[in-house]
Design a protein around this ligand. Sequence first.
Ligand code: PMP
Ligand code: GLN
Length: 378
Amino acid sequence: IQSKLPGIGTTIFSVMSKLAAEHNAINLSQGFPDYPCDPKLTELVSKAMKDGFNQYAPMPGNPFLKETIAEKVEKLYRVKYNPDTEITITAGGTQAIFTALAAIINPGDEVIIFEPAYDCYAPTIKLLGGQVKTYELAPPNYDIDWDMVKKLFTSNTRMIILNSPQNPTGSILSEEDMKLLIKLVSGTDILILSDEVYEHLVYDEQKHTSVMLFPELKKRSFVIASFGKLLHATGWKLGYCLAPEPLTKEFRKVHQFNVFSVNSPMQQAIADYIKEPGNYSGIATFFEKKRDFFRGLLAESRFELLPCKGSYFQCASYSKISDEKDTDFSIRLIKEFGVATIPVSAFYQKATDHKIIRFCFAKENLTLESAAKKLKNV
Ligand code: PMP
Ligand code: GLN
């Protein structure tokens, strides 16, 4: 069979989690919590099931959930999205990203991404016949020089994909970044896909700089969010897409034939749960403490820690430890030291060798301690 995605294998997350299980290693690779989500939340799901939310939800999503999201977004960012025409509930951030790209990208359209980049962007663009234009971010700060981004623009540039806080680097976009971006896109019809699944995970008293805060960006953006991160429940695979009406209209044309609608009892339960902001308002502090705890533990190792301003990922250089390629080093870490991580080269399309690996710190402190004990021997 002629592959539509030649050169693409199984995602690094599946590969590393499988290896971790096979070798009984502590899994700091794939990003997911190893502790339970709030029992209140699971009780709300069984309540929703008992209350009869067991058939198809409306195609764009449960109305109560969409309204609750509109309220949440208005409270956080002082912007309005119409729940009827501008909010769609999806099967996680991944499906929202796929659907937004499928709704917009035609063969030959160019999409700018920033690498290292979350791994689904480039394959999805290629699957749709689009061209990936890559801006390479440089460690350790992974800052963006917007004049250089402008050099990637052509008459075929259709979209820019932003991701702040960023997976895997933990970097965040500033207000200054947004202002420079506005200068680049004003007067063009370039669209933005803003992957903000880690919007709540911003540390050191910084605020999340959403594209929603800037009308010039908001009007051209699909904003992607994931309940997996907000609720410590990545397996629920629920998220949403915010976009102005004309964009949402196109989004839903694809969404209705892609999944039609998503898990009904969970949508109802999530609405009940996030209606009460106290149920999630402590999340940044919760993860900031974990970040600090984990960085403190690793300070006694030979790994060199990169900055982590947001997300639940900590990157580290092992260049003082080994010359190996990051994939080889990660595999050896699993087999010889019992800790699974993600080699950051997996987030680039071309071969790279920065000798950086990514740890997920959304774990019990005991897990982080056990992992750090092993990492100190490396
Ligand atoms: N974007 C980024 C940057 C992610 O890290 C992830 C996964 N954690 C997603 C999108 C996908 O989110 P979901 O699991 O809700 O599909
Ligand atoms: N986003 C998660 C990570 O970066 C994993 C998602 C997945 O496994 N597809 O680790």
